[in-house]
Design a protein around this ligand. Structure first.
Ligand SMILES: Nc1ncnc2c1ncn2[C@@H]1O[C@H](COP(=O)(O)OP(=O)(O)OP(=O)(O)O)[C@@H](O)[C@H]1O
Length: 269
């Protein structure tokens, strides 16, 4: 855990309940996330972690409760609106375009920020027939520059032009992180960023997550199964079990919580 300064509450999850037919995926969940914090959500399989992230992200609409982001409360917001507010996410199963290069995949993260329409980009001088070097082109250059910055930051310069599908899994996860970072989010939701990685890849990813948190000042909410990683990099941890919150506090507090210990003793994690 770093010694950075943690700020005010940026994200407040209030009394969220989510049902799928008879299945109660989440029951009355409340917790907050502070600025610059690394906040983990943990719990055994089926505890409701991904459902929680999907509620914050606007993918699922909970039947009860609300979410407040920087003072703005939303009940029914779609994913695009949430992203435009400054909340980005990565997915458990990579959502990358495998045939496209690393740079083009990361560029897709910039789409929300591209203002000039295609029409403006296609505008030509009627006399010369040449493309007008206007705002659209300048804007594209600025986006490309930011994407190059993300590529340098994640140390993937050598693979800029490589189709993502040809990269090892650990690097694909890093590109997925880059795509989310390209959105310049205030809050980054990471769904099992270390899943399927070997030890070295996990160490690399942990370092990148902490660097993003430090250097970009991004607030991080992550789901992670590897308890060692969670305890190492998180400032505070929420523990879910069968859709209910059974623990919330620093890694030390959560580790010594009886209910958390017994929830984990009965599982493989
Ligand atoms: N789209 C859905 N339709 C029906 N049930 C769902 C859906 N999504 C989640 N559930 C159910 O909600 C509960 C919580 O699932 P969720 O995937 O959120 O848990 P999780 O903690 O992320 O699990 P895991 O660690 O296995 O990824 C489970 O009982 C699951 O079967």
């Amino acid at each position: 855990m770093s010694s950075k300064k943690i700020g005010d509450v940026v994200l407040n999850v209030q009394n969220i309940s989510l049902r799928f037919g008879g299945v109660k995926a989440l029951t009355d969940i409340s917790f907050d996330v502070r600025e610059h914090e690394v906040r983990a959500i943990i719990g055994p399989n089926g505890a409701g972690k991904s459902s929680m992230l999907n509620c914050i992200n606007g993918v699922y609409q909970p039947q009860e409760g609300s979410i407040t982001f920087r003072g703005q409360t939303f009940k029914h917001m779609n994913s695009r609106q949430v992203a435009e507010m400054g909340i980005a996410r990565t997915f458990q199963n990579l959502a990358l375009f495998k045939g496209m290069s690393v740079i083009d995949n990361i560029m897709t993260g910039r789409n929300l920020r591209i203002k000039s329409g295609l029409l403006a980009q296609a505008f030509r001088n009627p006399f010369t027939g040449l493309k007008v070097l206007g705002g659209a082109q300048k804007e594209e250059e600025a986006h490309r520059e930011f994407v190059e910055h993300v590529i340098d930051f994640l140390e993937i310069q050598a693979y800029r032009k490589t189709p993502v599908g040809q990269l090892p899994y650990g690097l694909q996860k890093r590109v997925d992180l880059g795509r989310a970072l390209a959105m310049e989010p205030q809050v980054l939701l990471l769904d099992e960023p270390m899943a399927g990685m070997n030890l070295e890849e996990k160490q690399d990813m942990s370092r990148f997550i902490l660097d993003v948190n430090d250097e970009f000042g991004t607030t991080i909410v992550l789901i992670e199964h590897d308890m060692g990683v969670v305890m190492d990099i998180s400032d505070r941890v929420v523990v879910l079990d069968y859709g209910k919150k059974i623990g919330d506090g620093t890694p030390e507090e959560v580790r010594s919580n009886e209910e958390v210990i017994s929830a984990y003793l009965g599982t493989s994690h």
